[in-house]
Design a protein around this ligand. Sequence first.
Ligand code: F1P
Length: 346
Amino acid sequence: IFDCLRGRLLPQSGQIIMSGVDNHIDALKNAQRIIIVACGTSWHAGLVAEYQIEELCRIPVEVEYASEFRYRNPVINEGDVIIAISQSGETADTLVALESAKEKGAFIFGVVNAVGSSIARLSNAGAYTHAGPEIGVASTKAFTGQLAVLTMMALKIGYAKGTISEARYMQLMHELQAVPEKVKEILADTSVIQNIAAKYKDAHDFLFLGRGYNFPVALEGALKLKEISYIHAEGYPAAEMKHGPIALVDDQLPVVFVATKDSYYEKIVSNVQEIKARKGKVIAVATAADDVIPGMADDVMFVPDADEVIAPLLSTIPLQLLSYYVGLAKGLDVDKPRNLAKSVTV
Ligand code: F1P
């Protein structure tokens, strides 16, 4: 858990207390369906959780933009659990969406950073992310904190439900515990990312691509670049590229691949080839020991090896740093991006 903005590159120890999950494990593991409601960066954390919960707990998950959910008339059945994710705990869209879902009888589980905030108070149960206050407006360390809590939730629910073995549960918990050290490794030398930022800072558009667990990471990378650096960026599942965005690719377009070693790896290698064949500039987030992707990419940002369930906690960080350094290189105030509010309360 860390705060990459304004040069504060030190990992922070955030204590996460999961008693909210333990105390309500029956409601969570017996959920017929989980609906995740959030906005912005928090919505991207929800997408990672969708992959994790469906894989590890075999519970169907829907991830909803609160700003849409609040205005329609969603079907909420008994046995549905709503997970609300919010850094500020005050986002109006999320709050209003939850109020009406609660009236319809939904059980609300909050994954919130701000202690005692409106969303935390409205929730029936919850787990705080305890990432500390976000000093910048754009959510960075809160995202990492959300991923940590949501990963632990998926593991605990899956274990209680019997949909993952004890061995797999222990392996992933150990991997999760190793994350802070691996984050320190990434942060120990960010000069490569800084150089990449300097090289591409004048690009007008960026494409971010990923598959599986790294697809939401690609979305988040694009959002961070938009928020902090004011560069138009689109995130896509890499496999969707051929259904449209590939028309954008030329020798001016930087394409960021979140391409860590996972079960989608071979497929992402062919996606990189497709971009290279069209002369796009490939910037890859790759696993440290990988020797294929780095040979194909124009620029590489390495992250330590991790299980694919845990990988988003690491692969996000170079993308946050890339946005940060592009913003700095352009002389922007990375803490206070124009037009953005710390919490969107209207
Ligand atoms: C949601 C959010 C943030 C974004 C910006 C505007 O906030 O979209 O993800 O970075 O600050 O609000 P929250 O509900 O997670 O506080």
